[in-house]
Design a protein around this ligand. Structure first.
Ligand SMILES: C[S@@+](CC[C@H](N)C(=O)[O-])C[C@H]1O[C@@H](n2cnc3c(N)ncnc32)[C@H](O)[C@@H]1O
Length: 292
């Protein structure tokens, strides 16, 4: 692709130079015409739409072949009454009702259901990124293979500063996997190789990413129990999309994907069941608008 436009990111200094042509064609407001549910918030100026709905109600109403990139941080089904360590204290691992396991078979059916919808709405060359721990990531990988996705990479996200393992019966859990996959075997996916290289001191970027869990500064508007770091989403957005592209997050939580999309000039559709998390995401987005 021709290098035409140099933009600046207000977020991570190492990404301050990107060089991509704005190619876009479609917009999210056209796409959402068929979605009969009223958005919780839509913002024409900043190009985002948020739905306070079940993603299984919204996804089937989004036209096929319309979304350029999807990030999914689904329920991991790890809220099983266990314990973990937070800020030096023993705390429950439970995240919320939405994260309680339904059993191996039901978890698989649930995962395959949203993966099937995501595959339908992705453009032919579009890609999906799915994060998970061992509780869910093998289910995701298996369902992706069954559906005919083409797996491109499995990123090992090393959390750098993980909490200690209190039981001392396991290695300290310090990674999550992020599967990057294309819609199917015919996809010619987009990868901003040069920018990733530049961000990695002019060396090919590995599939091992060392990124800290989000600190207090990313949680000033409220906490989400599984919030992803903005740096992680920023890298994903830059690696796999062009300015103006349409990004979707069907389990958006506190809206980290939407913030990264906005910072990098992409359009965004976010879906989330819980009002409190949507409200946190709106405060975070407004904060970013004020910085521009
Ligand atoms: C793992 S969290 C996502 C966290 C997000 N990546 C962030 O950075 O804040 C998953 C979210 O999905 C939401 N959720 C669960 N089931 C849902 C559904 N069927 N439709 C929409 N949202 C759902 C939960 O309320 C939760 O906030």
């Amino acid at each position: 692709m021709q290098e035409e436009i140099y933009r600046s990111s207000s977020f991570i200094p190492m990404t301050t130079l990107t060089h991509e042509k704005i190619t876009h064609k479609k917009d999210i407001f056209e796409l959402s015409k068929n979605v009969s549910f009223k958005p919780y918030l839509e913002d024409k100026k900043h190009k985002f739409i948020l739905f306070k709905e079940d993603c299984f109600d919204i996804l089937p109403r989004i036209p096929e072949n319309s979304i350029d990139m999807i990030f999914v941080d689904p329920p991991y089904f790890l809220s099983n009454g266990g314990i973990t360590c937070h800020a030096g204290k023993m705390v429950s691992v439970n995240k919320g009702k939405w994260d309680v396991s339904k059993g191996v078979e039901e978890n698989y059916i649930f995962t395959q259901r949203w993966l099937r919808e995501c595959q339908r709405v992705l453009t032919l060359n579009g890609t999906i990124w799915v994060s998970g721990t061992s509780h869910i990531i093998y289910t995701v990988g298996s369902a992706m293979q069954t559906l005919g996705y083409r797996i491109l990479n499995d990123i090992a996200w090393f959390k750098v500063n993980p909490p200690p393992n209190l039981s001392c019966r396991y290695f300290t859990h310090s990674t999550e996997t992020i599967i990057w996959a294309a819609k199917n075997k015919n996809s010619r996916h987009y990868f901003n190789y040069e920018l990733m290289r530049k961000m990695n001191n002019n060396k090919q970027m590995l599939s091992l990413w060392s990124i800290k869990a989000p600190g207090p500064i990313e949680k000033i508007y409220g906490k989400h129990p599984t919030q992803k770091p903005l740096e992680l989403l920023n890298r994903i957005v830059l690696a796999a999309t062009r300015p103006g592209d349409i990004i979707l997050d069907p389990f958006q939580g506190s809206g980290t994907t939407g913030i990264a999309a906005f910072i990098e000039g992409r359009q965004y559709i976010g879906i989330e069941l819980e009002k409190d998390y949507l409200d946190v995401s709106i405060k975070r987005l407004k904060d970013e608008f004020n910085k521009k």
